[in-house]
Design a protein around this ligand. Structure first.
Ligand code: AMP
Length: 396
């Protein structure tokens, strides 16, 4: 497999799949440039070598129709600003318009193609469409981790037309390295924190990581299914009644794998789902019938802190409480602080998947952990042990 750092792009046209599916305001202005910035190292490398860059991405869900609302034209100036270079635009991603724009490219030029999802063929993984995209470049780079779990024309199928000259971009490499460090090469002890609302959405992740972790911290709403399954009284806390058997099986399997499982020992209990509700701390298995646990309590935070600080590798996925309400964000904040501290002491920490990424950014932990994943679904599927089509296509 070729590596981008070893490749010389001089005189080459690099077709790069990026994930510029950026958030926009009503006026179409980009409100968060993280994804553009994340692709910059890859783009810079091609330019510095004297190659030219053809960027392809999707934006929103235009569902196979040309639609001004989702035109990438609106983001060209922001892309240029973030990259610090002029960016040309082609009003179509295939066909004459795109081919013409590409033929005019000189070394150092950057071209952004119009939204790939203006064609149904993109998401369908259509061979012919992929071939048309492939004709535009001499070499293919996939740097779109956020869509790597999809077998789309631009994320996977197109790679078939570059049997030799295909590779990951720097962002993809970093994402895959981070996952690898946690799942395969993590310095021990390895601790996974799995939180969030439901056991059912995290079950495959838990099953996949049990053989590779030393500790697993289970927090948030999903912990109550485990606590109830073991005979605890959880009041009106969130529970998946039909997943109790599964919870017991997980605990049994953890024992077999010699994995220590940590559940909250105390919770912040309230009578109603409100930030202003009066809070009482209860043991997590002795919650009164009319109370629900919305966050972990202080004793739990202390125990989790010890586990985290004695870990050398940490994976964090999911909040430990209803962090959207400030009074129930405390347990998750405490956890973030523990992970930041462990990180300072040399541990490797990866934050991945949906809510925990948003949380880490909101509270400034993104600069205090080793790596924050840019791909929600792709990260979750990786942690579930599935091979991502976008990754398999490059490795093939
Ligand atoms: P997930 O999408 O599965 O990662 O779950 C995230 C959601 O879980 C967030 O919206 C949290 O508010 C919610 N959550 C976390 N802890 C609790 C809890 N104790 N009770 C109800 N919801 C919770």
């Amino acid at each position: 497999m070729k590596r981008i750092s070893d490749f010389n792009f001089s005189g080459k046209k690099a077709l790069i799949r990026v994930d510029f599916n950026v958030p926009q305001n009503e006026e179409g202005e980009v409100t968060d440039t993280t994804r553009i910035l994340a692709a910059k190292p890859t783009i810079d490398k091609v330019i510095q070598d004297g190659g030219s860059v053809i960027l392809m991405t999707h934006l929103g869900r235009p569902k196979g129709q040309k639609n001004e609302k989702y035109s990438l034209k609106a983001i060209v100036s922001t892309v240029a600003e973030v990259l610090g270079k002029e960016v040309q635009f082609a009003s179509d991603c295939i066909g004459e318009v795109a081919e013409q724009a590409v033929s005019n490219l000189k070394g150092g030029d950057i071209l952004l193609l119009e939204n790939l999802r203006f064609y149904n063929e993109e998401e369908a993984g259509n061979e012919d469409f992929a071939k048309k995209l492939a004709q535009l470049g001499d070499v293919y780079i996939n740097d779109a981790f956020g869509t790597a779990h999809r077998k789309h024309a631009s994320t996977a199928v197109v790679a078939e037309y570059f049997p030799e000259d295909k590779m990951f971009g720097f962002l993809m490499e970093k994402e895959l390295d981070a996952i690898d460090k946690v799942l395969h090469n993590g310095e021990k002890p390895v601790t996974a924190v799995i939180g969030g609302a439901k056991v059912s959405s995290k079950i495959t992740i838990i099953e996949n990581i049990l053989p590779v972790v030393d500790n697993i911290i289970i927090g948030g709403g999903m912990s109550f299914t485990f606590i109830k399954a073991q005979g605890g009284k959880i009041g009106t806390s969130l529970v998946e009644e039909d997943k109790q058997e599964l919870a017991l099986q997980i605990l049994e399997s953890a024992k077999k794998h010699n994995v220590k499982v940590y559940l909250p020992v105390d919770v912040k209990g309230v009578g109603e789902f409100s930030n202003d509700a009066e809070i009482t701390i209860y043991n997590s298995n002795e919650i009164p019938d009319d109370k629900m646990g919305l966050d972990c309590g202080p004793k739990t935070s202390e125990i989790f802190d010890e586990v985290i600080k004695s870990s050398k590798t940490i994976l964090w996925n999911g909040p430990l409480g209803v962090f959207e309400m400030s009074n129930f964000a405390v347990g998750t904040i405490n956890l973030g602080n523990s992970i930041a501290e462990a990180n300072k002491q040399g541990a490797f920490s990866l934050v991945g998947g949906g809510d925990s990424v948003a949380f880490a950014k909101q509270y400034g932990y993104d600069s205090k952990v080793s790596y924050v994943s840019t791909g929600g679904g792709a990260m979750l599927e990786s942690l579930e042990g599935r091979e991502l089509p976008g990754v398999a296509a490059i490795k093939a």
